[in-house]
Design a binder for this molecule. Structure first.
Ligand code: PNS
Length: 158
């Protein structure tokens, strides 16, 4: 069974991310959840905070670990001895961007395959940006994120 890397901003991790991680952990020998440090987005949480939160929410999964990376995803994948990139797909609107990235990654490093997990229906419209917006505006995001993330969001916005 190959080793997989699940990359993203995870700013912060949502129930949708955890669902993908749990399902990927069933299929792969090991899953490295990888926080991209140099993402162009201005994050709410530092990369250290995002990795910490992922470690907390994945503590029940023995073959999952969280880390951060700088630079190209394909270089990080190789450095981990992995050959698979895991991504989650929600609506069709995700598809074009994800296809572009998957193809570019495979051109840059032959042998790196991207495997897509279809979202669970309850997470179809869930995104980290939506969670942050609702939380900033005083809404309750408790049903969209793990309890540990919920607590960190409340702390951050207090
Ligand atoms: O959660 P996101 O923001 O959709 O994740 C995007 C991410 C981090 C997976 C993507 O931006 C990425 O792979 N960044 C690393 C830099 C890189 O390799 N860029 C070229 C991709 S073709």
């Amino acid at each position: 069974m190959p080793k997989a890397v699940y990359p993203g901003s995870f700013d912060p991790a949502t129930n949708g991310h955890v669902d993908i991680i749990e399902r990927a952990a069933e299929l792969f020998q090991e899953v490295v959840v990888a926080v991209a440090v140099n993402s162009s987005k201005a994050p709410m949480f530092t990369s250290e905070e995002r990795v910490d939160m992922l470690r907390e929410v994945c503590a029940h999964l023995p073959n999952v670990r969280a880390d951060s990376f700088n630079g190209l995803l394909v270089d990080f994948v190789a450095s981990q001895g992995a050959s698979v990139v895991v991504k989650g797909l929600r609506a069709v609107s995700d598809f074009e961007y994800e296809l572009q990235q998957a193809l570019m990654n495979r051109i840059m490093r032959e042998g790196v395959e991207t495997v897509f997990f279809m979202t669970s229906p309850e997470n179809l419209f869930l995104s980290s940006s939506m969670v942050k917006e609702i939380a900033r505006l005083g809404g309750d995001v408790g049903q969209f994120v793990p309890a540990q993330v919920h607590a960190r969001l409340e702390q951050k916005l207090r």
